[in-house]
Ligand binder design. Structure first.
Ligand code: ADP
Length: 189
């Protein structure tokens, strides 16, 4: 069983690469952004609680996010492996994830960070805005998401690097080349 995290700022290409990795490795994909969007779309009690926070571009509090994640993991006790996308976004989330994996006799084996400059992210999201209609892609909210990333989420990288679990991949260029670079990490024995 291999468990991996795909990591990067908004617009880094985590979703695109996740789709390929799921097909290639049979991962169960856990995207906390997709889970939160599902809850807000279906107006569940959790959805009601997080809707405004998400729309502002801020991070949902750790307590809520970690509880949702654990519930999702417990639904898949026989998973061949998990691919975490958009989680962990804070050091507290990374610690909670390690603890949970350990309790279940497993671990996070690889953290793949997609490296993309801020200028490139902004250009990509401006383009995505003309195709998809995500409320949090508007300028002010996007600025908040980028600030949250560089203010809070980026501190997760040294946490994994210290433990030799981090691989940084150049996230700019051909989608196939990026996918091959990721596969090279996951296939490493
Ligand atoms: P992005 O394009 O910013 O990577 P996501 O789809 O992963 O977007 O997440 C959308 C929003 O959902 C975030 O801006 C945040 O409000 C909330 N969210 C998703 N994952 C987390 C998390 N691990 N911790 C806190 N909030 C989260």
């Amino acid at each position: 069983m291999i468990n991996a995290v795909i990591f990067g700022p908004p617009g880094a290409g985590k979703g695109t690469q996740s789709d390929r990795l799921i097909k290639k490795y049979g991962f169960i994909h856990i995207s906390t952004g997709d889970l939160f969007r599902w809850h807000t779309k279906n107006d569940t009690p959790l959805g009601k609680k997080v809707k405004e926070i998400m729309n502002s571009g801020a991070l949902v509090p750790d307590e809520i996010t970690i509880a949702m994640l654990k519930e999702e993991l417990q639904k898949n006790p026989h998973a061949k492996g998990f691919l975490f996308d958009g989680f962990p976004r804070t050091v507290a989330q990374a610690e909670a994830l390690d603890k949970f994996m350990k309790e279940n006799g497993t671990a996070i084996h690889h953290v793949i960070a997609l490296d993309v400059s801020e200028a490139e992210l902004r250009a990509r999201i401006a383009k995505r805005r003309t195709i998809e209609n995500r409320a949090d892609d508007e300028d002010e909210k996007l600025n908040k998401r980028i600030t949250e990333y560089f203010g809070k989420t980026i501190h997760v990288l040294p946490y994994y690097q210290k433990q030799n679990r981090l691989s940084t991949i150049n996230g700019v260029g051909e989608i196939d080349r990026i996918a091959n670079d990721i596969a090279a990490v996951l296939d490493k024995k």
